[in-house]
Design a protein around this ligand. Structure first.
Ligand code: UT7
Length: 332
């Protein structure tokens, strides 16, 4: 990072997932698929599905509340809330405004950030720079999604992949040498057509035709996204590591976006990172887009996988197409 007046890092994390579990066996009754196909092709065994009336801002606020508690910060002391999501409660107001209200964080400025499954790591980078510059002291970063509402439950090629949830981190000043050491964010906008939700925006507003054409659901060319993901996970991790003078051998804990176990396995093989350093929970939650990295980070902390001064790498990729990686030295 450049032009920083102080180091910025994560003070505490939290996560929230809906209670309802949808298993591969349940999906076998809904579309022409099998537990065997889903497990071998994706590593997913089950995912969480939001209850009727449960919103992205509900999950985001629950995760945010936990992160504040873990960090020892009161809601009224938060300066900025960033919510990364592709499934906002509504087109506007921003989901972050609804979270601000639900948390009682009345002094916080807020905005949403849309970078697909890279969203949380994008937002973390922005938050850390805000704190490092001295502009803000306490920034709440949340990745939250209810993908089940934009999933076409008749399309077996996508409906087996996604789940709902939220994860959060409170970012604040940390001692010199700790916190965010470097990051690498990027996008290949020309590839954006590979993963879209085509209708409902200003280009293709809702109409009977868009509903009948099932254009309000996730539309993905899975094979192409797969190839992009494996390539970019290696490239962005190496770039971020290079930016802070480290190499893959220096990583203590690797937290990748949880989209597909085969993508994770291919990426860590290319990077030479041993499996025991990698947090995998795609089997339990499926792909929760912007929520996936912070849910995994929170799980790694709860499992005592991360110690003070460990080098932790967070890596995401997704719609955009976007990518983002962050290298942190853990601790306050
Ligand atoms: O979060 C970021 C965005 N998303 C991703 O990272 C996803 C990246 N892509 C992937 O993870 C994989 O491409 C998928 C899991 C989506 C698909 O796996 P694949 O190994 O690329 O399978 P495929 O699309 O090449 O399909 C292989 C076969 C096809 O049948 P034929 O044409 O070979 O007869 C599909 O029709 O598997 C069939 N198939 C299924 N069969 C049973 C596709 N979905 C299913 C299913 N159950 N759910």
């Amino acid at each position: 990072m450049t032009k920083q007046v102080r180091a910025a890092g994560i003070w505490g994390t939290g996560s929230a997932v809906p209670e309802k579990v949808l298993t591969n066996a349940d999906l076998e009754k809904m579309v022409d698929t099998s537990d065997e196909w889903i497990t071998t092709r994706t590593g997913i065994k089950e995912r969480r599905i939001a209850a009727e009336g449960e919103s992205t801002s509900d999950l985001a606020a629950a995760a945010g509340r936990q992160a504040l508690k873990a960090a020892g910060v009161e809601a009224e002391d938060v300066d900025l809330i960033i919510v990364a999501t592709v499934t906002p409660d509504m087109m506007f107001p921003a989901t972050s405004c609804l979270v601000q209200m639900k948390l009682g964080a009345s002094k916080a400025a807020t905005f949403d950030l849309s970078a697909g499954c890279s969203g949380f790591v994008y937002a973390l980078d922005v938050a850390a720079r805000c704190v490092a510059s001295g502009g803000y002291d306490r920034v709440l970063v949340i990745g939250a999604e209810i993908l089940s509402r934009i999933t076409d439950w008749t399309d077996r090629s996508t409906c087996v992949l996604f789940g709902d949830g939220a994860g959060a981190a409170l970012v604040g000043p940390v001692s010199e040498g700790r916190g965010l050491l470097s990051s690498d964010l990027g996008a290949e906008g020309a590839q954006g057509h590979l993963l879209t939700l085509p209708a409902g925006g200003s280009l293709l507003p809702p109409s009977i035709e868009t509903v009948e054409g099932r254009k309000h659901y996730i539309c993905m060319q899975g094979n192409d996204v797969f190839k992009f993901a494996v390539r970019i996970m290696e490239e962005t991790t190496l770039t971020a590591l290079r930016n802070c003078g480290l190499g893959p051998e220096d990583i203590d804990v690797f937290i990748p976006h949880q989209a597909n176990i085969r993508i994770i396995d291919a990426a860590i093989k290319r990077l030479g990172i041993p499996k025991e350093k990698v947090l995998v929970n795609v089997d339990k939650y499926g792909n929760t887009s912007a929520a996936s990295v912070p849910i995994a980070l929170n799980e790694a902390l709860q499992a005592d996988m991360i110690k003070d001064d460990d080098v932790v790498a967070l890596v995401g990729f997704g719609a955009g197409l976007t990518w983002a990686s962050a290298i942190l030295r853990w601790g306050r």
